[in-house]
Write a protein that binds this ligand. Structure first.
Ligand code: C5P
Length: 224
């Protein structure tokens, strides 16, 4: 039996990617199945939380039982839905892979092949929802971010995660090691869970539900 340690807690989870329209038939978006966010929402509800799931573009997933699902498409729509639900939340988990840029202009008719076709698309930076959430500065509310990192020749995935946690100002950050067949579209996930208090714990390769359980354990401990 799962612990009921989130009973009475209000939780907001973002999931999936966002898609930014370029014309009536094309979008610019991020690859994300939404599986990790859906697993987080499902496990939180099973542990007694009152859950709002803000879902962007996702794979064909069953909605989790007893969860209020709000569907959005663009980053700005996701921002509105998350910031609104977050006002009354105890915990916000940003598991969505948000499109950081959108086409500056939205063509009202389909862009055609042929003469005058665009060879580049001007982009505008989208708002960073996680930063705006942290800036709301709601006392006692926990904010959990996700970061997908590959590491590079200078920094490990863990170092990049620690720097991102500090830059974004969230309370917890889940760092996923991605690339080479890991994480995207997969059933399994692995990484580290970093705390603003300096803690770091490995999240061993396992199901997205198992990773969710570890995240909620850390959250429940900090809510007490
Ligand atoms: O900076 P980066 O996109 O790697 O940060 C990832 C974290 O920030 C995730 O929790 C993601 O949901 C969140 N994010 C956001 N708004 C953006 C970009 C990322 O909330 N525009």
């Amino acid at each position: 039996p799962l612990p009921r340690d989130l009973e009475g807690r209000r939780v907001v989870v973002s999931a999936g990617g966002t898609a930014e329209p370029l014309d009536p038939v094309r979008t610019l978006g991020n690859r994300s199945s939404g599986r990790q966010g859906y697993a987080l929402a499902r496990v939180a509800a099973q542990r007694g939380a009152d859950v709002t799931l803000v879902a962007g573009t996702i794979a064909d997933l069953d909605p989790p039982a007893a969860v209020d699902v709000r569907r959005v498409q663009t980053t700005r729509e996701m921002r509105e839905a998350v910031l609104d639900a977050a006002k009354a939340a105890d915990v916000v988990v940003m598991a969505a892979a948000v499109a950081d840029f959108r086409p500056t202009d939205l063509a009202t008719a389909k862009i055609k092949k042929g003469d005058g076709e665009p060879t580049s698309v001007p982009l505008t930076r989208n708002p960073d929802i996680l930063r705006d959430l942290v800036a709301q500065d709601v006392p006692g509310r926990l904010v959990v971010g996700f970061a997908a990192e590959t590491g590079d020749e200078h920094s490990s995935v863990l170092d990049l995660g620690r720097a991102k946690l500090e830059r974004k100002g969230c309370d917890l950050l889940v760092v996923n090691a991605v690339g080479a067949g890991r994480a995207f579209e997969m059933e399994d996930n692995e990484g580290w869970l970093l705390g603003a208090d300096g803690t770091s714990e490995p999240l061993p390769m396992g199901s997205k539900a198992a990773l969710s359980a570890r995240v909620w354990d850390a959250v429940a401990q900090r809510l007490r």
